[in-house]
Design a protein around this ligand. Structure first.
Ligand SMILES: Cc1cc2nc3c(=O)[nH]c(=O)nc-3n(C[C@H](O)[C@H](O)[C@H](O)COP(=O)(O)OP(=O)(O)OC[C@H]3O[C@@H](n4cnc5c(N)ncnc54)[C@H](O)[C@@H]3O)c2cc1C
Length: 370
């Protein structure tokens, strides 16, 4: 008999879990609390590790269609000196894929098309989880669903996680990241390069995301609520490309996000027939731009474990044993880009440490050089 997977949440984790399990022959239902697909959130940096997972799910061609492959990564100081230019053109041979930028809205739609909209139940907010020889989900609209497996892909405030593992404590450092969208035709920058700009009072980055669009992400010392103050702050970074980019940004596209990760990582992700993935399992700061990439890697590992073990509980144990040690250092090193004092030191070097960290922690699963 076809096994039934219940997936809670239609973000990147939930949609990709649905596609993966459907390909393995499971009957999949994704439950999403919102009434439609969430499309907000500017762009996203997908690194080769995330793009390889999309390829393994048969989505290499549609992803190439909607995204932008990046050939260079420039690092500047806030006064415009070039710190480093990383040539990324050999990454497809080195890592199996390019570094890329994508509009979140386009990525969500691509994943939804691959899953099939008939597999999603919108307007289903999970409220309770029970399990014995099956898992049962109850929703606030009165609906009940039963399956052989529940994947909690319901983000940082996961109900699945708290139902199974209790409440977690989050870091509350008041960290905020700002993002805004602009059109490449309005600015004079390399359309195939991502860039980062380091200053003592902030951090700014931007990247193309396909179809002539680009977005910036920024953190500015002490500016936590006012988008106008963000624009004014970065307009002063004269000599660097930043003032031109904020001037080309429609203020209506500027969004702010509070950033949190766990005070202590979870000691398990799976219990019985229930597991968690993506931000539900390991929220991380965006310092390495790895949250969604790690979520995709979770789903690939979950799929491998479920393909290898008929017994669901054994598969979920294998999944967490594989992924927990891989994700932990990524969460730790993702914090460090928010230390602006470090940025000043970094401008004295001719390397951006992001690439060493990516290579050692993500690709080679080792410990980075400091
Ligand atoms: C400022 C910022 C920049 C970032 N940049 C990058 C980047 O460049 N690259 C990268 O890889 N990552 C980045 N990330 C991280 C990335 O956005 C997340 O890791 C990723 O989106 C997590 O996806 P998810 O599907 O696990 O969770 P979510 O996207 O949070 O999806 C969870 C889904 O579950 C639904 N849901 C929640 N509760 C319930 C419920 N009770 N019942 C039913 N449905 C429910 C929600 O509505 C939502 O649709 C960034 C994050 C931030 C904040």
């Amino acid at each position: 008999m076809q096994k039934r997977a219940l997936i809670c949440g239609a973000g990147i984790s939930g949609l990709s879990a649905g596609i993966c399990l459907k390909r393995l022959g499971w009957h999949v239902t994704v439950f999403e609390k919102d009434s439609e697909l969430r499309t907000a959130g500017a762009g996203l940096n997908l690194w080769p590790n995330g793009v390889r997972v999309l390829k393994s799910l048969g989505l290499g061609a549609p992803y190439a269609e909607i995204s932008c492959s990046l050939e260079r990564y420039r690092t500047y100081s806030s006064t415009g000196e070039v710190v480093a230019i990383e040539d990324l053109r050999d990454w497809p041979e080195r890592y199996g894929a390019y570094l890329s930028g994508v509009y979140r809205r386009d990525l969500s739609r691509m994943l939804l098309d691959a899953l099939g909209s008939e597999r999603i139940r919108f307007g289903h907010q999970l409220s309770e989880v029970e399990q014995d020889d099956q898992v049962v989900c109850r929703f606030t609209n009165g609906q009940v669903a039963e399956g052989d497996l529940l994947v909690g892909a319901d983000g940082i405030g996961s109900i699945v996680r708290s139902a199974v593992f209790g409440q977690q404590s989050f870091t509350a450092a008041g960290l905020v990241r700002w993002r805004g969208l602009f059109d490449l035709c309005d600015v004079d920058v390399d359309p195939l390069s991502e860039a980062e700009v380091w200053g003592e009072d902030g951090h700014f980055g931007y990247l193309p995301i396909g179809h002539g669009k680009a977005y910036w992400f920024a953190a500015a010392d002490g500016i936590t609520h006012d988008p106008k103050a963000v624009v004014a702050h970065f307009a002063a970074w004269k000599g660097s490309p930043v003032p031109g980019l904020v001037a080309a940004t429609d203020e209506a596209t500027i969004i702010r996000s509070d950033l949190h990760d766990f005070v202590e990582p979870l000691s398990h992700w799976s219990k019985g027939r229930v597991t968690i993935a993506g931000d539900a399992a390991h929220p991380m700061l965006p310092g390495m731009a790895q949250g969604a990439n790690q979520a995709l890697e979770d789903i690939a590992a979950l799929g491998t474990a479920l393909a290898a073990h008929d017994d669901v509980e054994q598969a979920l144990r294998t999944y967490e044993q594989t992924r927990m040690p891989q994700v932990a250092p990524v969460v730790r090193y993702s914090r460090s880009l928010f230390d602006f004092d470090d940025n000043h030191e970094l401008t004295k070097s001719d390397r951006n440490p992001l690439f060493d960290r990516y290579d050692r922690i993500v690709e080679r699963r080792g410990v980075p050089n400091q």
